[in-house]
Design a protein around this ligand. Structure first.
Ligand code: GTP
Ligand code: SPV
Ligand code: MN
Length: 601
């Protein structure tokens, strides 16, 4: 299957809708002069255009149409096997000084990097079509909403951006014709999909992103991690708001009381699943609705934090998704979806490890090879993904388009930890909560290239996504708390603690409602908790565990503090802070000392 494809020749009246804004026109001209495409296709995001590009994508073997009876209007794409995840080692923040990028980012000099990238881009689109994608991030009437233009030579990127963003006229109109208006410039070229020429570079001062050499989601859908998080977090720090790697969900009690919570878990650690949670039967009348599954932009209004989801679709992990684990996700991806790197069955359906029912007797795996249940390889790549419009979600929150956002009652941090971290606990106050976020850790996953299963510190799940100095980011969080009269309560969760047998102690998924309920109760003033050295902990009877099939001793273990493990944990916090080379605010250093004191006392 292809990523790179020769130029297309659209029929008259298609691909010719140039915006009027002279700054955009000049920039596109400049990039075209550099990359020398065969032609320029101005995208308008219309149905007709999408249909045409899907047809061209099929003709060029970039997407395969799936069986319309099984998965209506859906397609499969296989990316190059050398290009299946984000590449953190090739992701750069190009600020004038290295200090601005800080100790957690790869930094490179802006001038040198532009020169290098322009060298790689020279003539890179010869014989190809250059697409120009206008899009906005955020609901159309939100004050936080940003305009972006992405130039790309990949049809797959155009098809995906139409799902993941609000694309076309809405962006062109919002930008208007003021040549001085703010917008993000994104340039993407596949080049020759060679890991040696793969760079994802951000120039926050120029509101510019250049990504070359990859065709995989997080590296090339420049709206998402590049704009909404890396550039977004940089702007948020300057402008006094927050751009976070967080899901946003609504939870409504049978009495009709509704809260919104935002939760930061690292990549492939459960955001999409939590955002679409289906409460167990015991919680009849409770409703969970999704505002967003990956990114939250939050601003302060009337002393409260309000969140919007800047995206328009979900780019979610496929393996493990089933009617049993997440029926809402299954319904969302049952039609109008682009799948990447899953298996194709003989009857034109998609399959992956963990899907309901038996595996197919034969399939084509994510690399395009024959596969049977006896094959040693996985049929779907562990980081195979779906791109699906949020309108497909049966539990989409009614306020998802609200420009002012939804008020956040609780912020949750969480990681994938087989030990140490209890199922849930609550920070003592905002700054303690910032400390919990700053020191959170998680076992690495297949969402990024590199080793899987290694515990690493991932502050606020933003380690790969914070576009500026992490010390300033911590300071920004502390400052935001100071401006909130009605600050969200902060919690830490861990769905992934394991027992001695190596199995998860907690069933997770829908049963996470039991933890969410405790969190909501705490937001409503419940005193069902005890103070511990690490914060407020529920006792087993503080959680609603009715009809839960988990042995009581597991619950005790899930909520327990192992002092030896915590000693190691606190030493790891200290080491992490030290590794950041003096940028950590003293408030957080003090928090660590206080936790250590509380363990002694
Ligand atoms: P990104 O899109 O990479 O940011 O990931 P995400 O945070 O949205 O993670 P997602 O919900 O897609 O879940 C990733 C993996 O974790 C999937 O394989 C899920 O099946 C698994 N998972 C999600 N929630 C739970 C849970 O509560 N318990 C357990 N054991 N696994 C879970
Ligand atoms: C993540 O890795 O956190 C994702 C997938 O959400 S990607 O868009 O590839 O970054
Ligand atoms: Mn993510």
């Amino acid at each position: 299957m292809n990523d790179i494809a020769p130029a297309i020749s659209p029929p008259a009246g298609m691909g010719d809708k140039k915006p009027r804004n002279q700054a955009v026109l000049d920039w596109v001209q400049e990039v075209a002069t550099l990359t020398q495409p065969e032609n320029v296709f101005w995208c308008d995001g219309s149905d007709g255009e999408n249909q045409y590009l899907l047809e061209q994508g099929q003709r060029q073997n970039i997407v395969i149409k799936l069986n319309d009876q099984k998965v209506p209007r859906s397609y499969l794409h296989r990316s190059n096997p050398n290009d299946v995840a984000r590449v953190e080692q090739f992701t750069f923040i190009c600020t004038p000084t290295k200090e601005e990028a800080g100790p957690t980012n790869h930094w490179s000099d802006p001038g040198e990097t532009y020169t290098k990238l322009h060298g790689l881009l020279k003539g890179a689109m010869r014989g190809r079509t250059m697409f120009v994608i206008p899009y906005i991030m955020g609901p159309p009437d939100s004050p936080l909403t940003k305009v972006g233009f992405e130039i790309t030579d990949s049809i797959y990127v155009v098809l995906s951006m139409r799902i993941m963003t609000r694309m076309g006229a809405v962006a062109v109109n919002r930008l208007g014709d003021n040549a001085k208006a703010e917008w993000n410039r994104g340039v993407h070229s596949l080049l020759d999909i060679n890991p040696e020429r793969r760079f994802i570079c951000h120039f926050p001062q120029d509101n510019t992103i250049i990504s070359v050499g990859s065709g995989y989601g997080g590296n090339v859908l420049l709206s998402k991690k590049c704009l909404a998080l890396r550039i977004g977090s940089y702007l948020a720090n300057k402008q006094g708001w927050l751009a976070e790697h967080m899901l946003i969900l609504g939870v409504e009690s049978p009495q009709g009381r509704k809260h919104y919570v935002a939760a930061a878990f690292p990549s492939a650690c459960g955001k999409t699943n939590f955002a679409m949670l289906i409460p167990p039967a015991h919680f009849q009348g409770w409703k969970v609705t999704t505002v967003g599954d990956d990114i939250a932009w939050m601003q302060i209004r009337d002393g409260r934090l309000y969140a919007v989801n800047p995206e328009n679709g979900y780019f979610g992990v496929v393996p493990g998704t089933s009617y049993k684990s997440n029926a809402n996700a299954m319904k969302s991806i049952a039609h109008d979806t682009i799948y990447t790197n899953v298996a194709l069955t003989d009857d034109g359906d998609v399959w992956w490890e963990g899907k309901d029912g038996p595996p197919p007797a034969h399939a084509i795996d994510w690399r395009g090879n024959d596969w049977t249940p006896a094959s040693p390889e996985k049929a779907a790549h562990p980081n195979s993904r779906f791109a699906t419009p949020m309108q497909n979600n049966p539990v989409l929150d009614p306020n998802v388009e609200k420009g002012e956002g939804v008020p956040i009652s609780a912020i949750i941090f969480g990681g994938r930890r087989s030990d140490t971290m209890p199922l849930v606990f609550q920070a003592l106050d905002w700054v303690h909560g910032v400390y919990l976020g700053a020191t959170m850790a998680s076992e690495t996953t297949a969402a990024a290239t590199g080793a899987v299963g290694q515990v690493r510190r991932d502050p606020m799940a933003m380690l790969p996504f914070c576009g500026y100095n992490i010390g300033d980011y911590f300071r920004h969080w502390i400052r935001v708390g100071g401006r909130l009269e009605n600050a969200p309560l902060i919690f830490h969760v861990n769905w992934f603690r394991k027992g001695e047998d190596g199995k998860f102690l907690w069933p997770g998924f829908g049963d996470n409602m039991r933890v969410l309920k405790w969190i909501i109760d705490r937001c409503e003033g419940s005193d069902a908790a005890v103070e511990s050295p690490i914060g407020w902990l529920p006792r087993p009877h503080d959680l609603d565990l009715d009809e839960l099939d988990v042995p009581h001793e597991n619950v005790i273990e899930l909520l327990g503090l192992d002092h030896e493990q915590w000693k190691t944990e606190l030493a790891a916090h200290e080491k992490f802070f030290e590794s950041l080379g003096g940028v950590v605010p003293k408030e957080l250093l003090e928090q660590r000392e206080r936790v250590a004191e509380r363990f002694k006392g």
